[in-house]
Ligand binder design. Sequence first.
Ligand SMILES: [Zn+2]
Length: 266
Amino acid sequence: MTEKGVLIKMSVRAETPVQYTLNLNDHPVLMNNLIGQTIQIRFSGYQCLSCGATRKIFRQGYCYDCFYKQPDVGEWVIRPELSKAHLGLEDRDLAYEKEAQLQPHVVYLAESGGAKVGVTRKSQIPTRWIDQGASRAVAIVETPNRYLAGITEVALKKHISDKTNWRRMLKNEQSGMDLMEIRKRLLDFVPEEARPYILSDTLRETHIDYPVTTWPSRVVSLNLSKTPEYSGTLSGIRGQYLMFTDHTVFNIRSNEGTVIELTWPG
Ligand SMILES: [Zn+2]
C-alpha cells in the first residue's frame, strides 16, 4: 500500500508496549504492525503546517514566516521561564498564551539516554515522556502555570542535563541511575516560589516500554534531502524515531512539514 501525506508527529497510546499511529493524509497507519516489514519512504516536497505553502520548512513544521508568527512556537515554548501570560503580558497572542501557560505544568526527571529534567503541561503526561523516548520518568513539582515550572527547570539544570542524548536513547544505553535518589537531591534546588508545589515523595516512577525487536549498536540519521528515497526493514520505534535493521533512524518529529510517500506491504 502507498499513502502520501505531510508528516506530523505520530500519535501515541500509552500501552505496553507503546502503540504508534502515523496519520498520513488522514489515513491512520498503525506503525507497530509494520515492525519486521520492509517499508519505503519517498521525499515528495514540503507543506507548511500553518499556511500550507510548499516552501521549504524552516523549523517545527513551519515555513520561515509562520515560524515567526505562530503563537505555538513563541520562545516561551522552548524556554518556559520566559512565559509572561501570568502577568497578562502578550508575546504573540495573549488569549492563546493564557490558555497554554495558565494550566498545571510538571517539572519531571526522566531517563532517556541519561537522566534529564524537563517541563511539560500536566495534560501531556505521559505523551511527552513517550515522545522523548524516556524509559522511566517521575514528576518533581506540579505548578499552576508554565512560568513557575520554567524557573524551576532553570534552577535544576545547573545540576543535571536538560537534553535528551538521542544516540544513547536509541541504542537503549541505560544509565541505571536511581531517579528517586536524584529527585531527592534536586529538591534542595527548587526555587522558593515553586517550593509549595513540590509533589509528595511517595510518587512512583512511570516505566515505558517501546516496540523494538533489536536495538542498534550504532545509529545513522536519515536525511531525506540527501537520500530522497529510502527502503529498510523496520526494527522498532522509540520516542518519535523509526528504527531500521541497517542502523538507519528517522526522526518523524524533526521532519514535520515534509511530504512523503510511504509504501508498505499488504
Ligand atoms: Zn507557512
